[in-house]
Design a protein around this ligand. Structure first.
Ligand code: NAX
Length: 327
């Protein structure tokens, strides 16, 4: 089988450093799939990315068929089967939201165009760089020849964080918790939903039986975990973010286990009242390289208000990038 071409942007950054070695070791696509890595960086960081490429060489990973480092998006995405868009423009002090969206538009518009121009017909795109959902929308809107559903954004870190918090609270293994869902935006408004979650077939909501803990502790802890990591580590989440990106693509390509689902931010088809086209997190199952939004879940009042608030934020972001002519 020909190696799979995996393009990683922001390859010299801290998530890139935590991500690339695991991709090359087989964690992304399994132990039987060889990969070609394409590392995209801005010109000033190409040298650092080349240093990472040297270290990748030095690991002598049997599954790593080749590495290319470039600052040219067209080259980086040519023939790409999987694209991990990690590099983004962070918000700096005093930056207004419009400036942040415009700066990211300057990154994700040309990357969308380059994906449109040269990516393989089975391209799968995961946007990690924030604001991830809206950056994914920008890239998607500049890749009209690629099926819109191939553009996704990462809420898997939020999903994994929520499972970890529940496992501690309930004193059960993370592996025993199924059917947790993240809805909405990867931002402070995201909604980690336990109302369909199960532990060994028992309802998590019934086991907890504590709506106040959900509202006042669980949801804010998951939503603010990124800030807590920065406070403790002096730097933002990197290895856990890289791990979540691996989980997202791994499950998209290789499928979710029977009786469970995962969370991905994907273009809405109008399910659960989320306006069509918005890239919003949903519970999804995956099989044969395709995902499907889980249908038919009952959404209670507690959940409805929180999903609606996060989706409203996404609609605002979409309208803002429209007003800036970025989509
Ligand atoms: P770093 O600042 O360490 O690295 C970013 C890298 O991207 C830099 O090397 C920079 O040169 C590169 N870059 C910038 N513009 C580029 C372009 N146009 N093309 C290619 N490369 C470019 O950030 P890091 O900690 O790695 O985080 C990367 C992004 O992930 C940030 O936007 C961050 O906010 C976001 N995150 C998203 C998460 C999620 O759950 N969706 C969680 C973790 C993380 O906060």
């Amino acid at each position: 089988m020909a190696p799979v071409n995996v393009t990683v942007t922001g390859a010299a950054g801290q998530i890139g450093y935590a991500l690339l070695f695991r991709i090359a070791s087989g964690a992304l696509l399994g132990p039987d799939t060889k990969v070609n890595l394409r590392l995209l960086e801005i010109p000033q960081a190409v040298k650092a990315a080349e240093g990472t490429a040297m270290e990748l060489d030095d690991c002598a990973f049997p599954l790593l068929a080749g590495i290319e480092v470039t600052d040219d998006a067209k080259k980086a995405f040519d023939g790409a089967n999987v694209a991990l868009l990690v590099g983004a423009r962070p918000r700096t002090k005093g930056m207004e939201r419009g400036d942040l969206l415009a700066a990211n538009g300057g990154i994700f518009k040309p990357q969308g165009e380059a994906i449109n121009a040269g990516a393989a017909s089975d391209i799968k795109v995961l946007v990690v760089g924030n604001p991830a959902n809206t950056n994914a929308l920008i890239a998607q809107q500049h890749a009209p020849d690629v099926p819109a559903a191939r553009f996704t954004a990462m809420t898997r870190l939020d999903h994994n964080r929520a499972i970890s918090q529940l496992s501690t609270k309930l004193g059960v293994s993370v592996a025993d918790i199924k059917k947790l869902a993240i809805w909405g935006n990867h931002s402070a408004t995201q909604y980690p939903d336990v109302f369909h979650a199960e532990v060994n077939g028992k309802s998590v909501a019934e086991l907890l039986n504590d709506e106040a803990w959900l509202a006042d502790t669980f949801i804010p802890t998951v939503a603010k975990r990124g800030a807590a990591i920065i406070e403790a580590r002096g730097a933002s989440s990197a290895a856990s973010a890289a791990n979540a990106a691996i989980d997202h693509i791994h499950d998209w390509v290789l499928g979710t286990p029977a009786g469970d689902w995962t969370s991905m931010a994907v273009p809405s088809d109008g399910s659960y009242g989320v306006p069509e086209g918005i890239i919003s997190s949903f519970p999804v199952t995956t099989a044969n390289g395709e995902y499907q939004i889980v249908q038919g879940l009952e959404v209670n009042e507690f959940s409805r208000a929180r999903i609606d608030a996060s989706v409203a934020e996404l609609v605002e972001e979409r309208d803002a990038v429209k007003a800036l002519d970025l989509i």
